[in-house]
Design a binder for this molecule. Sequence first.
Ligand code: CDP
Length: 816
Amino acid sequence: MLPFEEEDVGTKIPLKRHSTINPSSIQQNGHKKKKIRASFPVKNPSSTGSEMQKRKSELSKIRTGLPVYQFKRKINQSLQDNDVLLVVAETGSGKSTQIPAYLDESNLFCRNQGKFARSICVTQPRRVAAITVAKRVAEEQGCTIGSAVGYKVRFDDSTQPTTRIIYATDGMLLRESMSDPLLSRYSVVVLDESHERSLQTDILFGVVSRAMVARGYDLKGADEEDEDDGSMDALIKRRMKEKAQQYSLPRLKVVVMSATLDTETFKNFFKGAATIQIPGRVFPVQVVYTQEPQEDYIESALVTAMQIHQEADDGDVLIFLPGQEEIEDLASLLRRHLEAEKTLEEALTSRDIVQMVQGMGTNLDGKVASIVDGVMICVLYAALPPEAQMLAFQPKPAGCVRKIILATNIAETSVTLDGIRYVVDCGKHKTRDYNGKTGMESLTVKDISKAQAAQRTGRAGRLSSGVCFRLYTEDAYDALEELSVPEILRVNLAQVVLMLKGMGVHNPIKFDYLTPPSMDSLKKATQLLYALGALEKSMELTAHGKKMAKLPVDPVYAHLLLQSSKYECTAEMLTAVAMLSAENIMYRPGSNGAMEGGPDSLSTKAALAHRRFVSYEGDLPTLLNVYRAWQREAIYVPKRYSSKAQKKLQRDAQADGQQKLFHGAWCQHNFISARALIRAHDVRHQLSVICGNTVGQRGLGMNVHQSCGEKDMEQFLKCVCAGLFLQSASRISKSKEVHKGSGSLEGFQRGGRFKTKVGNAEVNIHPTSTLFNRNPAPKCVVYTELLVTKKTYIRGVTQVREEWLVDVAPQFFSKV
Ligand code: CDP
């Protein structure tokens, strides 16, 4: 069943297209004149026990009203009778928050299980979901986070040995299974958001089923015997079984949760799984198509949003766009158009928002939320820090008439946004794709599937009837694929193969995949690992590969980090890899009301502030400069320190005579994302523990203090070259450029077009790179990411000398 009534699908209402919006067309609504006051609830983090109990009883009313509540008994009973339970219910029905709590409360699964298997693990594809859902459930249970309920995400673990419900990213459970393939800590694993078919969740299906089989489950059904073909993998499975018996591990129960009805794949994988379908509370949604194809979906979304605002009844608007860039563009256009139409005598300004956001513990600005003419504009995308994402979920401040949320497909299923009555769907999303021929991964804007279009539409009918404006024609809809392609069929599998090898899977080709990836991508992944020196020809992990598997970062970054011992720059490389892991460190804000790009605009101020960090050599040395400057000039006192320790640290820091700023102020002054920098700092700490610990303590035994110093950057650059040699590109020679006749010599020297050394693809330096428009353009570079939008871009670019490539990878490059 679709989340809206069948007869409403396909109603055609022509979308008007205005070239400009006439400010006088906005009706002066009496209620818009009200005095506006910020009313964001600021939560007191140190709530007392009685406050927690009060909140618990408040929440208990909400909990019993959720659609899953009626199914509590059935869910517990079904999982008791079956090893695998498939739960299908709309987003917001209570799957993620309630079902683990029901299983825990029932006492049937995770208590009294002796030393092992006492907990329930709930996996989430997104870090922010794992943290926020865990916090919500802790609140519902009236406990502090990390006690009975906790979360475990990369580089942040709030759990204790006694934690019973653990929300973890799927990647975290995969890592855990490397040291404990039987998943012996858990009695139940709940695989949430399975419909997203994220790479890691897909792999988890195989990993979890292996643990289930070892703990007594018959994966293939009664008629098919699990063949023991005498292979290494069969031997490993037999050993796992023996170990499970030795520890008397109970059967591992699995709940697969999905928001869409496409569950055939899961049912085929887990034969005989029980299924429960929970009807959601949905209202009819009218679907509106454009009559003509839209050339520019940003402009089309702008026109539609303004029309809704001017003409439609109350209700919030959710606009789906492919990515951060498009979201920021549209947010800025919307702000400008609403500003032009301003009818309010007193309006909340971006500065008020800054204060509200700061009240929530971050130092972001009006880029994540702003209010213009009584309209609250929020943005929502995965790279945004969790606190900034939370703004989209906050109730509208008093006097605010409408909320417009601009989101990526993150808002399709994995988050609950109440109050949406209008959905605007551009029909596109950004997906990662892997080109098996060139071995290159790219982020591309592509059409969504029909299943995604239905999910987007459904967001409008949560609380009352709604309208979904599809910014494409009905014919274009008919031509869409039925379902989205699972990530495992689209991405570079090097990390998967490395992980499976690290888990003891001998032959990753024969692993139990939910949907087997193509032989080509598996081969390409093994070739990449072989090129990085991680695999022997016999497919065994080399000593280097074993070290790489221990590092929770992309194999290329793991390789890069491990090179640092040779080049005596481990301290620097730890910083660089950590800064790369925390995205968007250099904060580029949107408009603050001043003319965008003008001398007073925040973006110009940010560019000026960033100038002092910029390294001539490129992005990695620039990130290193930011971290070094922060260490020199800022005072950072981690919140986890006792208040006495905090005060002492602050006194010591101030007593050292230098003019230092506190972390938040320093970041604000330098337009650096405070959250991202702390995350990088934490990631650096965790990586240095893994690198620095002795081998016996599961570490890599590296000297993490080994530093090349600020003066000798050549060592660092050579190391970057040695780590990223497979991602190198050289400038296309002047003569070829002129010969092709595309662009002037000046244009060529400034921008510079490059050709990748592996794959021979023509690429450009991304505008966010410090090497963009460098005059003259560098001759040879290495990069961390390839991005395909209208052009093919490289990001994370660092200048290297061509001859270094021959030194660092003689097996690949030779002198010309
Ligand atoms: O998993 P599913 O989408 O079915 O629902 P859920 O995440 O368990 O959410 C159930 C209800 O809890 C929603 O209606 C949300 O309003 C609320 N919730 C919340 O307030 N804060 C969270 N972090 C998660 C859920």
